[in-house]
Structure formats: structure tokens, C-alpha cells
Design a protein around this ligand. Structure first.
Ligand code: DQA
Length: 145
């Protein structure tokens, strides 16, 4: 079983960007959490990908078709704008969980819309980086069904 974790723009700046909102752990720690959680959930492989570019994220989702069993995605700023990422998730129809580090539901109005959510079977918000471990757990349970 292979899982793909996709992170959108500015998540490479974790630890530097708005630590009051996103915490002080950096992107390498996020990758470590995903690798450890994936192994403990019994995934054979967890690939962790980050891009600041919408098209690269669409390409990555398309490339996952036929190769990846489940996706964890934090589209970051593209959550609230990207029909293209939603369409890519729908096109490949790979089970997907949406993650946000912050509690987006308590933030600005423009963060209340999520396009990607429409193609995800679960959403996790406000659990910090551990939200990725939670998402991989939900994904594993979903794939076992
Ligand atoms: C985020 C929330 C988004 O609104 C924001 O644009 C991000 C990160 C989160 O993980 O909490 O970049 O997706």
C-alpha cells in the first residue's frame, strides 16, 4: 500500500511562517511525522511532496493514478481557490483526506471555502502537524474496508 502526502504553497516555510498559527516545527519534521505514522499504520511507502505551484500539484495527482492507494492533501492557499486541484482529485478518484494544520473554521471568511474537500472523504483541521498522522490513520482504515 502506498500513500502520497501532498502539501501546497508556503508549507515549506513551516517553522518560519506565522508560528503562532502553524507552530515552530519545520517542514522536515512534517515529513518525519508522515513517514513514522505511515510505517506504524502499515503503509509500505509514504511519499511526501510539496510544491508552491498549482500545476505541479495537478501533475502529481495525475501521476498518482494507478500507482497510489490513498492521498493526504493539504492544498494550503489553493484550498480556497483551486477548481483544478479538485478536478484532478476527482479525475483519479483515489481516496483522499484533506488536512489543515490550523483550525481554518475559526479563521477568515475566505478560508471557509474548500474546493478540495468536495473530493475528500474526511477533513482534519486544527491538530497541528499531528493532523497528518491522524489523516494517515483514517486513510488506512478507509482502505481496509
Ligand atoms: C492551511 C490553511 C490555509 O488557509 C492556508 O492558506 C495555508 C495552510 C493549514 O494547514 O492550516 O497555507 O492549509
Amino acid at each position: 500500500m502506498k500513500a502520497l502526502v501532498i502539501n501546497g504553497p508556503n508549507l515549506n516555510m513551516l517553522g518560519i511562517r506565522e508560528p503562532g498559527i502553524y507552530g515552530s516545527d519545520n517542514y522536515d519534521r512534517l515529513v518525519q511525522i508522515c513517514q513514522e505514522a505511515g510505517a506504524s499504520q502499515g503503509f509500505d511507502e509514504v511519499e511526501v511532496f510539496q510544491s508552491n505551484h498549482e500545476g505541479s500539484i495537478v501533475d502529481k495527482i495525475q501521476e498518482a493514478y494507478g500507482k497510489v492507494d490513498g492521498i493526504v492533501i493539504n492544498p494550503a492557499g489553493y484550498t480556497h481557490t483551486s477548481v483544478a486541484i479538485l478536478d484532478a482529485l476527482k479525475a483519479v478518484a483515489i481516496p483522499a483526506v484533506e488536512v489543515h494544520i490550523s483550525a481554518v473554521e475559526t479563521r477568515e471568511d475566505f478560508r471557509q471555502v474548500s474546493y478540495a474537500r468536495l473530493a475528500c472523504f474526511a477533513t482534519i483541521t486544527g491538530e497541528g502537524l499531528q493532523g497528518y498522522a491522524h489523516a494517515l490513520e483514517l486513510l488506512r482504515k478507509h482502505l481496509e474496508k
